[in-house]
Design a protein around this ligand. Structure first.
Ligand SMILES: Cc1cc2nc3c(=O)[nH]c(=O)nc-3n(C[C@H](O)[C@H](O)[C@H](O)COP(=O)(O)OP(=O)(O)OC[C@H]3O[C@@H](n4cnc5c(N)ncnc54)[C@H](O)[C@@H]3O)c2cc1C
Length: 457
């Protein structure tokens, strides 16, 4: 029997679910709905003219992955023939007259030396409780006391100064973790981010040649005809025999199951007669737009500092402005992050301090992010399992795990697995371990684990 499955949303979580299901077209008939004109959700790609008259595809938002931990995204890129290219996350921060940049010693580094030391001690303690990256276990994860306390409280305990927080730590992490209120994060999650982002030195990352558009294009090539862009879902009605998906064009189609791969509040709005649990859980997920809500992609290099010792080669430049000590303009230097571009300035500025010359603007867009605080990560993500699969409805995406491409990809694969899809990377031992770990966290004991046959367990 062939199961008809609707997927709502083409962010990486929805694409992962659809891809995994469509690998068995004899068992699953998948139809994917996307309200926007393009596939990819937050992963926005644009075309940018190059000096030689050619056009390059440039990722303006999702640009890097962390080689140590992005097992699934890297395996999927491998399967799609997408070449990974080393790049560097290298940040410079301007705060009033002070500068803190990865690499060179700054006046701030000297003045706040005691804070740098204290923060190193904090990380050492937090890391003692973090799971080893090789063998995640549910018990070890749950027993970490720093899941249940914010990093802000921990920094208070260690008496890390306010100046260090707003001039060094926060601007560095805001630009990487895509969160405005970084000190509300669980201390455990914060320290995991800091395992990949060094406060003092540039951090090695991977990017991918040809842009996310090419990656997702290859991933979806075999079911492109089943992806319906520009088709917004407006209502989902569930009954004992199936699910009816209504869309903005007035169409209605019938399915056995639906996967909601869109933000939690959007998902809740779509559900006709949501259950009490769906209301209680999805309705509590919060989103923010404080830093990443207003984005201009442009070529105006005057937003970068004049001082080449500070600006040259950076992936990201952060500048505080205005009355609030933690109001930052963040500029990602896309031509440095994606090193095959021809070097012409291609910048994505978030929360701009002033107007950017219209003639230099290539695109404008906006993003919102799930708020990662103790409530979201220690509680909501863990109770999501109580709504998974109920009334033929499944949920994946950033709010069900963590706001990264790897977690979102895994969240989509995990839903597909629960629906009976095969796991695509059974011979990749680290990927299997993390898949089982995250699957169990998101779906509870009923998760259909993948056999881990590796010898080095
Ligand atoms: C600026 C920025 C930079 C980032 N950089 C990185 C990075 O470098 N590396 C990394 O790992 N992660 C990065 N992330 C995080 C990563 O992009 C997200 O975690 C991921 O994209 C979330 O995927 P998702 O599937 O949950 O949802 P989304 O990408 O939010 O996609 C949801 C989709 O659902 C669609 N949708 C919503 N409602 C409906 C409806 N009613 N009908 C039809 N379709 C609907 C939306 O249009 C959208 O396409 C970044 C995020 C942002 C915003």
């Amino acid at each position: 029997m062939v199961h008809r499955i609707a997927v709502v949303g083409t962010g990486i979580s929805g694409l992962a679910a659809a891809w995994a299901l469509h690998r068995r077209p004899d068992r699953f008939d998948v139809q994917v709905y996307e309200k926007d004109a393009h596939v990819g959700g937050n992963a926005v790609t644009i075309d940018v003219p190059q000096r030689d008259g050619s056009t390059a595809t440039v990722d303006v938002a999702v640009t890097v992955c962390v080689p140590k931990v992005y097992h699934h995204v890297i395996a999927a890129m491998e399967a799609c023939g997408v070449e990974r290219v080393p790049t560097e996350y290298s940040v410079a921060v301007h705060h009033g007259g002070d500068v803190h940049a990865h690499g060179p010693d700054s006046s701030l580094r000297t003045r706040l030396a005691a804070d740098f030391d204290r923060f190193a001690q904090v990380l050492a303690v937090l890391n003692r409780f973090n799971m080893p990256v090789t063998n995640p276990t549910i018990l070890r994860a749950a027993a970490n006391p720093f899941n249940y306390v914010s990093i802000g409280r921990v920094l208070d305990l260690w008496r890390v100064s306010g100046e260090f927080r707003v001039k060094v730590l926060k601007p560095m992490v805001v630009s990487f973790a895509l969160a405005a209120d970084v000190f509300a994060m669980p201390a455990s999650l914060f320290s995991r981010y800091l395992g990949f982002l060094d406060v003092e030195r540039p951090s090695p990352m991977l990017t991918w040649r040809g842009s996310t558009r090419a990656f997702f294009g290859n991933l979806t090539a075999s079911f492109a005809d089943r992806i319906h862009t520009g088709r917004e879902v407006t209502r989902i009605v569930r009954d004992s025999g199936g699910v009816t998906v209504h869309d903005a064009s007035g169409g209605a189609d019938r399915f056995d199951q639906v996967i909601l791969a869109c933000n939690a509040d959007h998902a809740l709005r779509l559900l006709s007669e949501p259950s009490r649990a769906e209301r209680a859980i999805l309705g509590r997920v919060r989103y923010e737009t404080a830093v990443h809500g207003d984005v201009v992609v442009h070529t105006d290099a005057t937003v970068l500092p004049d001082d080449q010792a500070v600006a040259a080669g950076r992936s990201t430049v952060v500048r505080q402005y205005g009355a609030a000590a933690d109001n930052y303009e963040v500029t990602y230097v896309l031509n440095n992050l994606q090193p095959w571009l021809d070097g012409t300035a291609c910048l994505a500025t978030y929360n701009a301090a002033g107007p950017i010359d219209d003639d230099a603007v290539l695109a404008r867009t906006s993003f919102r992010h799930v708020v990662h605080d103790v409530r979201q990560n220690a509680f909501l993500a863990n109770v999501m399992r109580f709504v998974q699969g109920g009334r033929r409805t499944w949920f994946c995406g950033a709010h069900t795990m963590v706001n990264s491409q790897e977690h979102c990809f895994v969240s989509g694969l995990a839903v597909a697995r629960q629906l009976g899809a095969d796991y695509p990377f059974p011979d990749n031992a680290p990927a299997v371990r993390w898949f089982n770990f995250y699957g169990r966290t998101a779906h509870g004991r009923s998760f259909r684990r993948v056999a881990d046959n590796s010898a080095d367990r």
